[in-house]
Design a protein around this ligand. Structure first.
Ligand SMILES: Cc1ncc(COP(=O)(O)O)c(C=O)c1O
Length: 475
């Protein structure tokens, strides 16, 4: 292995070409067309096994729930199910997909900040492991719904712990400025009020700090907040929690010694190169909480409790690539925003226009998310020629650099020399929050998705849109 992005037995270079689980990426692109997402079942399994190590290092049972919002194509859900991992869903639609995939209610955790009554009914009817409750209003609605259905609802109250993470502002979810959860004081009152309710099983508390958290410290803080809340709930209401839910947020290292990382501002570099080990982070948090519990003479509150985690990105982020073909190329004088006298600056931009835009990689536009781009056909060659690269949409923001000029993405992508129309390129690490947010903007076909299987085979798990799909809902 000689490329920093290579991963043994998964993403490799053979005869100069990119291979995913042994399959020739550009060959698949020619067979199935581009854009094309390829997910890897072996990598999904590997990532789940890595997260399971958390359970080996703490003193309580672990319930691992894959956050379906990161990518919920049925074939991916089946791969998660077959890896014996449970699921976190965020809407009645995701819940329906989960049930259809064969997840039973006790394997599903239901989140969401604007749930409708039909969604609550569906969750209660199916005996969901826990509905994460976003507000006191919602708790009342759940109680009323459970009473009407004559079936108790398992609930877990989502707290705002006011913990800041050094992640993108749109991915912060534990601050008062974020829209999620209720104040801890409200939750304490709710435990007292509903402790004897026959319609509600007050099973746990929940928080989620944010996504792509670069520092393990936030998990220590989160666990400590959780324990303080558990203790207070027990002392004030006598309720002993059955589980605590620490959410997800473990990062993926998007840079891995990328030659282009120096082109990014320091805070972006730190964010995209975050590399914390979930089992180190959670076991450190567990140790710290255990010490606190001993001091408080409350260790029994931790005994037998289940720890829930809801990782999305760290299971699916590096388990997929997206292949795209260069469809157009041109050279134009560089359009410097500021006039420069620096004669080392290129005066000509080599533009590459591909078939993968923000309709399938939305966060590249909204969050300026960085996905490494390489040539799938010449993966072994030096990547040192700069190109201005962009997608196909009729929208000036559909570019692979920071159109706003804040440098949050590299101005140029480095690829082999003489890249031109027809060459297949690959975005790496783009399995999470990519196609899951896909749209048919510009009436572009949503792409096909392949899954490389643990048995060495390959499966088409989502076909490319057809013309008819573009008007399927139009009347
Ligand atoms: C409540 C909740 N749990 C889990 C996740 C998954 O986060 P990640 O994909 O960063 O692990 C999210 C995503 O933001 C979330 O909002």
């Amino acid at each position: 292995m000689n490329k920093a992005w290579e991963i043994e037995n998964y993403l490799t270079v053979e005869n100069g070409r990119l291979r995913i689980d042994g399959h020739d990426a550009a060959g698949l692109a020619r067979e199935f067309g581009t854009p094309l997402f390829i997910y890897s079942e072996p990598r999904i399994r590997h990532n789940i096994a890595r997260l399971r190590l958390v359970g080996d290092r703490i003193g309580c049972p672990l319930k691992l729930c894959y956050a379906a919002k990161a990518m919920s194509t049925m074939g991916v859900l089946r791969a998660v199910r077959d890896a014996n991992c449970d699921l976190e869903v965020n809407s009645g639609g995701e819940l329906w997909k989960a049930l259809k995939t064969g997840f039973t209610g006790d394997r599903i955790n239901f989140n969401g900040s604007s749930k409708e009554v039909w969604e609550l009914e569906m969750a209660i009817e199916n005996g969901i492991y826990a509905i994460q409750v976003d507000s006191i209003y919602e708790l009342e609605l759940i109680e009323e719904t459970a009473r009407r259905l004559g079936k108790p609802a398992n609930v877990s109250l989502r707290l705002v712990p006011e913990i800041e993470s050094a992640t993108h502002s749109g991915l912060q979810t534990a601050l008062l400025t974020s829209k999620f959860g209720m104040m801890p004081a409200e939750a304490f009152e709710a435990f007292v009020k509903y402790r004897d309710s026959v319609h509600l099983n007050l099973a746990g508390i929940h928080l989620h700090i944010g996504s792509q958290n670069p520092s393990a410290d936030v998990y220590v803080q989160a666990f400590e907040e959780m324990f303080a809340a558990m203790l207070r709930i027990f002392r004030e209401s006598g309720v002993r929690l059955q589980h605590i839910n620490l959410g997800g947020g473990f990062p993926v290292n998007y840079l891995r010694d990328d030659a282009q990382s120096d082109d990014l501002p320091k805070e972006q570099q730190e964010l995209f190169s975050a590399d914390l080990d979930p089992s180190d982070a959670i076991s450190a948090a567990w140790r710290s909480v255990r010490e606190k519990a001993e001091k408080e003479n409350a260790v029994e509150l931790l005994e037998g409790i289940t720890l829930l985690l809801e990782p999305g990105r760290s299971i699916i982020g590096d388990a997929a690539i997206c292949l795209t073909t260069v469809r157009n190329a041109k050279q134009r004088p560089t359009g410097n925003r500021q006039p420069t006298t620096d004669n080392r600056q290129p005066t000509t931009d080599h533009w590459l226009l591909t078939d993968a835009g923000f309709n399938i990689l939305l966060s590249m536009e909204t969050y300026k998310w960085y996905y490494r781009l390489i040539s799938a056909e010449r993966a072994g060659e030096p990547h040192d020629t700069p190109y201005k690269a962009a997608g196909p949409l009729c929208d000036g923001g559909d570019v692979y650099f920071d159109i706003e000029g804040h440098g949050r993405l590299p101005d140029h992508r480095l690829l082999p020399d003489n890249v031109g129309p027809g060459e297949v390129l690959a975005f790496l690490n783009c399995g999470a929050y990519s196609l899951a947010q896909g749209m048919q903007y510009n009436a572009r076909f949503l792409p096909a998705v392949l899954l490389t299987k643990a048995d060495g085979g390959i499966e088409l798990i989502c076909r490319r849109d057809t013309f008819e799909d573009l008007i399927a809902n139009d009347l």
